[in-house]
Write a protein that binds this ligand. Sequence first.
Ligand SMILES: *[C@@H]1O[C@H](CO)[C@@H](O)[C@H](O)[C@H]1NC(C)=O
Ligand SMILES: *[C@@H]1O[C@H](CO)[C@@H](O)[C@H](O)[C@H]1NC(C)=O
Ligand SMILES: *[C@@H]1O[C@H](CO)[C@@H](O)[C@H](O)[C@H]1NC(C)=O
Ligand SMILES: *[C@@H]1O[C@H](CO)[C@@H](O)[C@H](O)[C@H]1NC(C)=O
Length: 527
Amino acid sequence: MATVPPRWVVLSSGLLLVVLIRGYVQAQNILINPMIGKGSHFYVSAAIGEELIHRGYNVTFLLGGAFYDQARNSRYGDMFHWEVFQHPIPRKTVHDMFTNLTKLILGGGFQQEMKIMTELMTARVNDCTALLEDKYLIGRLRSANFSAVLYDMTWVCGAMVGELLNLPTFVVYPYPNPCLVTSSQGSHFHPAYVPSFMTPYSNQMKFNERVVNSLLYILGALIGHYYYAPYIGLTKRFNVSEPMLLMANSKLWLVNTDNVGEFPCALAPNVIPVGGLTTRSPEKLPSDVDEFIQGSNDDGIIICSFGSFLILDQNSLRLIRVFSEAFDRLPQRVIWLLKEHPPFPIPANIKILPWLPQNDILGHRKTRALFFHGGQNSYYEAIYHGVPVVVMPVYGDQKDVGARVVNQKLGLKLDKDLLTAEILYDALHEVTTNITYTKRAKEMSFAFRDREMKPAERASFWIDYAIKHGTHHLEIPLRRLNFFQYYLIDVILFVLLFVILTLYISFKCLMLVRSFICNCHIKSKLD
Ligand SMILES: *[C@@H]1O[C@H](CO)[C@@H](O)[C@H](O)[C@H]1NC(C)=O
Ligand SMILES: *[C@@H]1O[C@H](CO)[C@@H](O)[C@H](O)[C@H]1NC(C)=O
Ligand SMILES: *[C@@H]1O[C@H](CO)[C@@H](O)[C@H](O)[C@H]1NC(C)=O
Ligand SMILES: *[C@@H]1O[C@H](CO)[C@@H](O)[C@H](O)[C@H]1NC(C)=O
């Protein structure tokens, strides 16, 4: 007769099993390496990090020393672990450089933009060298048992860290136009109906626009190699793959775009649209901001936010005066993001703040419009909260956002070089009084929100999925094909050859038959 084990044995062995499983199912560690830690790039990655924490991950951020103050961020400071690399230049110089770049952007044209690109790239390569040279840091990262590295597309160094640590890399792409940048994964970028990067075009282009768009696309492919050339020294020295290949090897692409606001195009299966990462339900506002908004009565408020692009200097002082004059004429109150107070009196309906809880203010029911520079995050925050916009692109991808705003009829676009107080006032007046913009904003908001998962949740879900199941079943095996195979040149040549040969042989046969018949004919005649 089998002996039934006493009850306490069953219970305690169950308990032991639970303890064992608990001990075994450790939190997975993940390393997030956003650019160097500045502004919008940081917040995009941080939103994903926050959701990974909710999924039980242990998240570590790797930042440049000049941005270590993010570790004291009231929201994220205690949530993540922090690792820091030292810049080869003093921290103050890093910040000065960004300030100088911002001034150049507002002041200058194409040449200035090129200069900025070059300076930024040099600084990034120097930062990357310092990071990879730091043996102690790399050693610590190696022993931290990470499952994967998530890096920002603008900071290819993150992919180098991933390869050095022999980890799969995932990448977050913070800009518009997801198909162009992920064509390395098999997404379909077609210049006939997808506008190239940094163009003001929509997806319905006239002939001349398609010409320029196609040329820009080809130029873009060539510039890519030139753009990453400064990293080549690093790839040899640290024995990692070259930048373009490193990025193409990334397993999962999280693109900060959504079809509700983007021109649709076909994405590869390992490219996940997670546009609007920084959107969330509004939280309680600081009391002074809340009082200011409540005091606007039925007219409501307008937000003016140009990120770090408006600094008080000779270049932007003209713009700041123009803004102030236009705002003065509005019935609404205006909340204006500006680091310093201008050196002239400001109308009473304006509140200047050095920092904005922008997402929370956008979510306030008295907010009527957003006047902004076309930042990708602000664009999706406006869509999420259903607020119409006036956009004045300043630099780079902001032109793309401007084109999307106009195409979606979410608001109006202004040219910074032609701006007057009159033009700005008219635009803000039109957007706040013509009901079509508000209606469109509400429609977009509804379509954007009507989903199972929020963008950051979707991002963390896919990261978790990729870690659990791998991504081999999501990847299009593009890199197994060489140039001739990819464009089917070998197949076309083969088919052509076959057709030509067939024609040739048929022709020869016909000739043979003909000569045979003719011969017979002649023969019979002769007979
Ligand atoms: C590393 O992490 C994995 C997954 O979380 C875990 O199974 C493994 O035990 C860890 N290894 C060490 C040495 O901590
Ligand atoms: C989380 O990761 C950090 C490394 O950045 C490590 O020091 C810490 O022990 C990890 N925590 C857990 C619970 O694994
Ligand atoms: C920033 O600009 C100032 C004045 O134009 C210049 O003296 C300084 O060297 C610049 N700093 C950097 C880091 O480029
Ligand atoms: C409102 O805006 C729409 C779209 O731009 C325009 O077609 C319409 O004429 C405007 N309505 C008024 C009353 O101005």
